[in-house]
Design a protein around this ligand. Structure first.
Ligand code: ATP
Length: 237
């Protein structure tokens, strides 16, 4: 396997409180990896630590380049796009302005215009709403916008934090189909955090299980969903 992201001994802290206790995991180049775990296990903190948003130590490399210790903006420039929990769109800006902001670190203006049209083709609802303020969109539309904005970075790696949260099942299906298509057609690697383990294991090729700040299980998603403990705790059967 070609590794895109290698994480060794990742620890993270909120003030004096240690939230991650030395995580080791690897993301396959071009793959989708699910990070599963109960509330408070440290999933969101893992994504934040990779983006330089919490104090973290450990050795993390993206395509061989060190990540930990860099600013969030630098990590973004390295090609890591974070779609945070609760979406994180700019409510006062229009849909179109949000997409432009997603490409802020890029200078290839013609390609940015092409990508914008590609986003509107992928998410037709955003085209219909292009001049509307993001804050006025429905929850599903805002999640689509957050994902489209992240894709405007032309990322190598997308970090998706609970993308299904609060959305109707049909919208979730549509969104996850788009993740699969973006991964397949554009080769964007993804690390996805999900409470809905069933969905995440369907989408992902690999999975990790995190408990109180430590990885306790790792493997192919198909094998992890066969595990009896995982089935009882996360899949409900
Ligand atoms: P959830 O699914 O509920 O979002 P999670 O697995 O994403 O959970 P984290 O949000 O990463 O969990 O939290 C990991 C630990 O860090 C928890 O014990 C949590 O209370 C703590 N924590 C998270 N954010 C902060 C913060 N801003 N300040 C202090 N402690 C925090």
């Amino acid at each position: 396997m070609t590794a895109l992201l290698e994480v060794r001994g990742l620890k993270a802290y909120y003030g004096p409180v240690q939230a991650l206790h030395g995580l080791d995991f690897t993301l396959r180049e071009g793959g989708i990896t699910a990070l599963l775990g109960a509330n408070g296990a440290g999933k969101t903190t893992t994504l934040r630590a990779l983006c330089g948003m919490v104090r973290a130590t450990g050795e993390v490399t993206l395509g061989g380049e060190l990540v930990i210790g860099r600013s969030t903006e630098d990590v973004c420039r390295m090609g890591v796009a974070h779609v945070p929990q609760g979406r994180g769109t700019f409510g006062r800006f229009t849909v179109e302005e949000n997409l432009q902001l997603g490409a802020m670190t890029r200078r290839d203006h013609a390609a940015i215009r092409d990508d914008m049209e590609r986003m509107y083709a992928t998410f037709p609802i955003l085209k219909a709403r292009r001049m509307q303020q993001a804050g006025a969109l429905s929850g599903g539309e805002q999640q689509m916008l957050a994902v489209a904005r992240a894709l405007m970075l032309r990322p190598r790696l997308m970090l998706l934090d609970e993308p299904s949260f609060g959305l109707a099942p049909l919208i979730v299906r549509e969104l996850f189909d788009i993740f699969a298509a973006v991964n397949r057609d554009q080769g964007v690697s993804m690390l996805i955090v999900e409470q809905n383990a069933e969905l995440a294991l369907d989408l992902a090729g690999d999975a990790y299980l995190i408990e109180t700040g430590s990885i306790v299980m790792a493997g192919e998603a198909a094998a992890i969903r066969q595990d009896e403990g995982v089935r009882k705790a996360y899949l409900g059967y």
